[in-house]
Design a protein around this ligand. Structure first.
Ligand SMILES: NC(=O)c1ccc[n+]([C@@H]2O[C@H](COP(=O)([O-])OP(=O)(O)OC[C@H]3O[C@@H](n4cnc5c(N)ncnc54)[C@H](OP(=O)(O)O)[C@@H]3O)[C@@H](O)[C@H]2O)c1
Length: 246
């Protein structure tokens, strides 16, 4: 039996992943801020024993309290998956700074709060998996992608450091999706190449969680293209992304 805690599971990819992992026989705890939405997700999960615990990733006390509840319920937590995220399209020079601080707080401080909580919960047990969700948008700064892209670059860096420092004790993984249909991408007005459904993303992630790979990136044609773009020398990179809408 695998006990899986998904943080950021009241909608979108996190919700679809909870449904997919429950279908595969895992016991899932879904966490986010919206208690009503969480309960609705919990009720959709196949099998028994699933939990819904409210927490806000920007407030580590709420994450630690959720972790305590899980320790009492499960003793062993096998996977902790950080899926929480926020995105608002903005342009440098016209940033909504209050919204910018909130996005940084959720996406980046939330990731640090989750890692601290995960390590405090898992240190006492043998093994476990800690998974952070970044984005292909974090590979290299693209036009019209801030502040979101900078937070995802931070998450990618954090996941790499976590793997380097704790990879001998825990299975550390990084998820970097391309475009996935959700309330985040519903805010975009531009064409999103190779966009996939949250259900398809969840299946790819669920397979990746059981693989030996560190990074789960998808859809492959898009994410490999994004990797190659990021590797270009500066002059080629900046001329390639000039005028790009992201
Ligand atoms: N959709 C894409 O194309 C795409 C691409 C690359 C990466 N991603 C990443 O994938 C992850 C899931 O996003 P999504 O597209 O599925 O969007 P989504 O449907 O908006 O899901 C975001 C989840 O994060 C939770 N959340 C937000 N702020 C939170 C907070 N302060 N504390 C706890 N939970 C919080 C939300 O629940 P509450 O509002 O109830 O708290 C929700 O469950 C995010 O990290 C996103 O950056 C998405």
């Amino acid at each position: 039996m695998t006990n899986t805690w998904i943080i950021g599971a009241s909608s979108g990819i996190g919700e679809a992943l909870a449904v997919e992992l429950a279908k595969r026989g895992e016991t899932v705890c879904v966490t986010a801020r919206n208690a009503k939405a969480l309960e609705a997700v919990r009720a959709r999960l196949s099998g028994h024993g699933h939990l819904a615990i409210q927490a806000d990733v920007t407030d580590i006390a709420t994450l630690m309290s959720a972790a305590q509840q899980l320790f009492h319920a499960w003793t062993q937590t096998d996977r902790i998956i950080f899926m929480a995220g926020a995105y608002t399209p903005m342009h440098l020079g016209e940033l909504d700074l209050k919204e910018t601080r909130s996005i940084i707080d959720i996406n980046l401080s939330g990731a640090f709060n989750t890692v601290e909580t995960a390590l405090s919960l898992m240190k006492a047990q043998a093994g476990g998996q800690i998974v952070l969700c970044g984005s292909v948008a974090g590979y290299r700064g693209l036009p019209n992608a801030q502040p979101y892209a900078a937070t995802k670059a931070g998450v990618i860096s954090l996941a790499n450091s976590l793997r380097a420092e704790w990879g001998h004790r825990f299975d550390i993984k990084l998820i970097n999706p391309g475009f996935v249909t959700s309330r985040l991408t519903d805010k975009n007005t531009f064409d999103m190449p190779m966009k996939i459904s949250a259900e398809t993303a969840a299946k790819i992630i669920a397979n990746g969680l059981n693989s030996k790979r560190f990074e789960i990136h998808f859809p492959a044609a898009f994410s490999i293209g994004a990797k190659l773009l990021a590797l270009l020398p500066d002059s080629l990179f900046f001329s390639a992304v000039k005028g790009m809408k992201t």
